[in-house]
Design a binder for this molecule. Sequence first.
Ligand code: LR7
Ligand code: MN
Length: 576
Amino acid sequence: NKNKNTEYIEKSHEKEEYRGKKAAIAAALHRDAIDDGGNDENEVDDVPEEGLLLPPYSRSQLKRWQKAPFVKPQGELPGEMGKAVNIPIEQEKLMLDKFQENQFNLLASDMISINRSLTDVRFEKCKDKAYPNLLPTTSVVIVFHNEAWTTLIRTIWSTINRSPRPLLKEIILVDDASEKEHLGKKLEDYIKTLPVPTHLFRTENRSGLIRARLLGAKHVKGDVITFLDAHCECTEGWLEPLLARIVEDRSTVVCPIIDVISDTTFEYIQASDMTWGGFNWKLNFRWYRVPEREMQRRGGDRTAPLRTPTMAGGLFAIDRDYFYKIGSYDQGMDIWGGENLEMSFRVWMCGGTLEIAPCSHVGHVFRKTTPYSFPGGTGRVVNHNNARLAEVWLDDWKHFYYNINPGALNVPVGDVSERRALREKLKCKSFRWYLENIYPESQMPLDYYYLGEIRNAETSNCLDTLGGKAGQPLGMGYCHGMGGNQVFAYTKRKQVMSDDNCLDAAHPRGPIKLIRCHGMRGNQEWTYDSKTRTIKHTNTGMCLDKPEASDVWKPVLRPCDHSRGQQWLMQVDFKW
Ligand code: LR7
Ligand code: MN
């Protein structure tokens, strides 16, 4: 990958300020990127540092920086080594009161050192991975609205303490119109004391995390932009794996493994390296198990970068120029939501790569509800953002979104012409291409015959998930024609699916359940005959029938007899 490395530098070189440094960089490049044989201090000395875009810090030097935190953790405070904090019973009321503020245990957070120690959660193999000698610098951009003091400051300190200093160009904070006193002058004064240049920008009005990040990105001086949420903790060696992928290929967008900081105890809990990002019909980001084919592509190496269909959105590194080239963010998105899938689809469809670097771990406080207001209403805002991404990137598959979430049809999407023009300009591929090549396991099926309600010919009632989760029985209801729980797809793989669940029957006498689609036929294979209108379950040879009198809202399986109760109306288009 030395060639790619050179290319990175050549491209960066087009900029005025780096002219004339070519020879020095070339010299640096000829060093063995892997050799870590003892004293290599001199390697750095013969290359002029000043003005170098990519300082030739050697691997052992980076290691030393990594090992010497600027501030040592304070030994005796609770939560050290990422342990859970237990609140004494007499403080429980205070704890619950404080929980309301940020929807996490602020009392616990306030008890933990802003420099708390964490265990090294990486695979052994990650610890002595060789990274290129030359890594780009990064600016870390953190946006926040009404964030608590200790979580924000701990995010900053964990970044400072666990990033090789030469690679950390600066920290850029963007205050998105917070109303908390501690985020005013107190914060301004505090950041002046930090050992890494830290800049604070404020949005004039509440602009939401997407436009706040755009404001932060505008000021970035590093080669790479690394975004973090304002309640994170970076772990040992988190940064190098991210930057190393970008130096190999500037169009790679890289995420760490996002570990869990408990919202109730602030315990640091390691997340699985066997999950990747997906999404459901409602366009919610969700974690799913990494399929075998991706494990094979990585040669079974769990430390190798994982190609993920989507990202969670809060924590990732991207080459600064590439960020703009690929269209930064959609300015028309408000407050929260949608931008993560929008960027994921855009990166893949327009020629980039989206990865998780399993050797990079960053903790994030996951909470159950958002603590802040959504001007305009949560539903409206999220529907607006998701509709924008559906209109620009999903092609025909946008109907899955609108069908399961018809409320989105009533929310104005605004003008998306610029985003569509961007897709044209970048000559991006189709959503079909994305599903075929990047995400064949997607919950939005690649090939399907039908999407809509499934009505019984005798009772005129419709199949209905009743909003049940995976494992719940399939229900029925009066047909309301509004989509949502009454929308099903009949797919080329012979599944009857609703969002990420499939009709599943394990026994000839039912029950018929909604089970997470596995795509392996088995108990989830059904054959629809558009002439007889029967839905026949392959494994049991039984037909889907109207409910029995004893339970009028539960469809059942019965021996096929072509009765009207076994006829189901679907406008199936067998186009494949
Ligand atoms: O109006 C706002 N202005 C802001 O500056 C609303 C939020 N924010 C800030 C907020 O203070 C925080 O620092 O934006 C950041 C993200 O907001 P969170 O922490 O409330 O969001 P989240 O962690 O619930 O949401 C995830 O999805 C979001 C979709 O818009 C963003 O992409 C978040 O960055 C993202 N977080 C992660 O990816 C961390 C892992 C979560 C998962 C899965
Ligand atoms: Mn968050």
